[in-house]
Design a binder for this molecule. Structure first.
Ligand code: FE
Length: 175
């Protein structure tokens, strides 16, 4: 422990280097981007914007944008999801609550749901942290597809190449 004399100013920054093996931080000035090309389409009226694609721990942090009458298809979460609604309003067909702008949602492992945006909402944007995998399922839980951090990275690469940002553009969000 340093003596009080050595640590008398609360504004003294940490004096040592961070561990040599630590990953670089991600700093995104405009999480909601001005450049439309940064939004990666994933279904009709549904797109996402990567913030942190964490291949080392198997989760992804992204903004999900759903425009008028868009639907995020029925899916199951084997692991927890955290959501923070930045804009608009949405609900799940399987629940009677509504996620409103400024609201927070915790989705427990085992949850299966279908996200819909009501007709009177032009656009919703929600930050989601999704862990592991999301399994797209039929109404009785049979898996018909999946997404994980690697499919997200692939979608970004393909889209960013197509729109001229380059296949490497996504690398800044990958850890
Ligand atoms: Fe979900």
């Amino acid at each position: 422990m340093p003596s009080e004399a050595q640590d008398s100013d609360a504004r003294t920054p940490y004096q040592l280097p961070i561990p040599a093996d630590a990953l670089e931080e991600i700093v995104i000035a405009k999480a909601i981007p001005d450049d439309e090309r940064i939004w990666v389409p994933q279904a009709e009226n549904v797109s996402f914007r990567p913030l942190c694609l964490n291949r080392s721990q198997g989760y992804w942090m992204n903004l999900l944008r759903v425009r008028k009458s868009g639907v995020l298809s029925r899916h199951r979460h084997p692991q927890a999801v955290h959501g923070l609604v930045l804009k608009g309003r949405w609900h799940y067909l399987e629940h009677d609550w509504v996620a409103e702008e400024g609201g927070y949602v915790f989705e427990a492992p085992g949850e299966t749901h279908t996200l819909v945006v009501p007709d009177d909402v032009e656009e919703m944007i929600t930050m989601f942290q999704v862990n592991g995998v999301m399994l797209y399922v039929d109404p009785f839980g049979k898996t018909v597809g999946y997404e994980d951090v690697f499919t997200k990275i692939d979608m970004c690469r393909e889209h960013y190449e197509k729109v001229g940002l380059g296949v490497d553009y996504v690398d800044q969000f990958v850890r």
